[in-house]
Design a protein around this ligand. Sequence first.
Ligand code: ADP
Ligand code: MG
Length: 622
Amino acid sequence: MIREYVVVGTGVPTVRLICIYNIYVCRGGSPCPHVKRRVTMKKQGKLSNLKFFSKYYKPYIGIVILDLLCACLTTVCELVLPMIVRYITNAAETGVTLLVVTVLKMGALYLFLRIVDTAANYYMANAGHVMGARIETDMRRDMFDHLMKLSFGYFDNTKVGQIMSRISNDLFDITEFAHHCPEELFICTIKIVGSFIILCGVNVPLTLILFALLPLMLFSVIFFRKGMKDAFKKQREQIGELNSQVEDTLLGVRVVKSFANEEKEKVRFAQGNSKFFERKKISYKYMARFQACTRFFDGVMYVAIITIGALFMIKGHINAADLVAYLLYIQTLITSIRKLVEFTEQFQRGITGIERFTEIMNETPEITDLPSATDIGDVSGDIKFENVTFSYSDNDKNVLSQINIDVKKGDNIAIVGPSGSGKTTLCNLLPRFYELTSGDITIDGKSIKDITLKSLRGSIGVVQQDVYLFSGSVRDNITYGCPNATMEQIEQAAKSAGAHEFIMSLPDGYDSYVGERGLKLSGGQKQRISIARLFLKNPPILILDEATSALDNESELIVQKSLERLANGRTTFTIAHRLTTIRNATKIIVLTEDGIAETGSHLELMEKGAEYAKLYSLYTSL
Ligand code: ADP
Ligand code: MG
């Protein structure tokens, strides 16, 4: 995939970038110095895609071999029929009396071949398809596992709908391809080679003429193939786009309805839908061209063989029986080539699917464990930010530069500052949701890069403004981080979070269904469930990112109390929108777009009368 970007950043000249499989190069080919986090990835060619894919066959190699053997048997059965017809016609023409016994023997032989053919076909249709489905399942598992490894940065820049279409439609096409590809290729090859050998035994010149026509057909197939492949790929991309759009609208359906914007959404969808139709139309145009051309060549072959064959017969180079066999073999050849044509269509879709599959699989997780990383062990909770600088990969501008913060065990650090100043970003760096551009963060003197991600994230609890609850019961959601918690522990956590009472008033108590994304609960209730989740997880470090800002006053008070209980004894970072709630913080950090403006306790900063004092008086005068 080649994409082109124009990158504009502060302090760097505007550059045109070309992204080839995630390697960024300046136009002209030199690696771009301005892109900081260049993902090291090799350009993937079609061959390496196929090589990557071929490893999925490995566990099923036995089935593949048996499948090919069956394919071989069916082909032999098909190739024998014209020979039998030729024998009979020959006998009739030369006046040789056919013995009833011979005819019956031939009939029996053919019946036997047909039985073998039926059994082989059954195996191919059943075991072959099941193998395809197994490969699909394996690939889907690997894709999902890989998606789970990818970092926030990837999901920030990728539409979920596109991923969904890859994990469903594309993989289905790959299944069909996985099963039919080796089989069809094999059948076509032996049919073509087999008929060539048999026909050469009958009449060499006519066979050479017949086969001289085949490359013509092949060239036309290759010629029309390219257009078709591109068209199919575009069609794929558009269905992914359409999926994203539907998902976006349906997830935001409450906003759509509250703005009475159904018509607008309908128009937006209709545009995407008709674009998909256009793409499909183009694909079919290429497909039709492709089929028309191959049909035309079928005709040409028949005409050529009938005419030339008849001329040969007049000259006495060939007898009628051989010509009949020829015409029958043309049928076999044409069906194989037709199959090959159908197969190329399937091949196109399969290859496109594989390309899109490998595109995701080649996406390297930006944040992984170092080989030397160790578990965090017992956390005391001293945290240091040392010269931390960070910029998002899609923007050259530093969101944070040279940030230094020293936090002692059990401290309650409040971070305040205008919206967009980087408070959330700062907190997201601690669990390594994003990788630092430079500088370091240490926990108990150990760099977070040297700690395994699992143990690092296991030691940090995050409460955010938007709570995500999984569709399932209240209990499922509370135990999300601790699946083995006992009912007693769950209730204790819910009580500490101030959630037990409202949970008990729900129709099924802890087994009540929370709805998709928890939409059956109020904001405050959802937040309390998310806090209960953390009481169970019991992390030594906490990040509270505007946890109460979306709540009404009453819920806010309740949640605030739960949060205070949760924060007790833990090193806590609080981003608060209500400055009154952080007056007791050990240290307040005032973050502005230019970095940390000042730090100190509430009293110190009020006395100083600078940035914080201004924010505070502005807040209290509201
Ligand atoms: P705050 O929490 O202080 O309101 P944020 O940390 O959310 O601020 O954002 C700081 C800056 O980083 C903003 O300019 C915002 O646009 C940008 N930003 C935040 N998240 C992302 C992201 N995922 N990708 C790119 N830029 C982002
Ligand atoms: Mg924020």
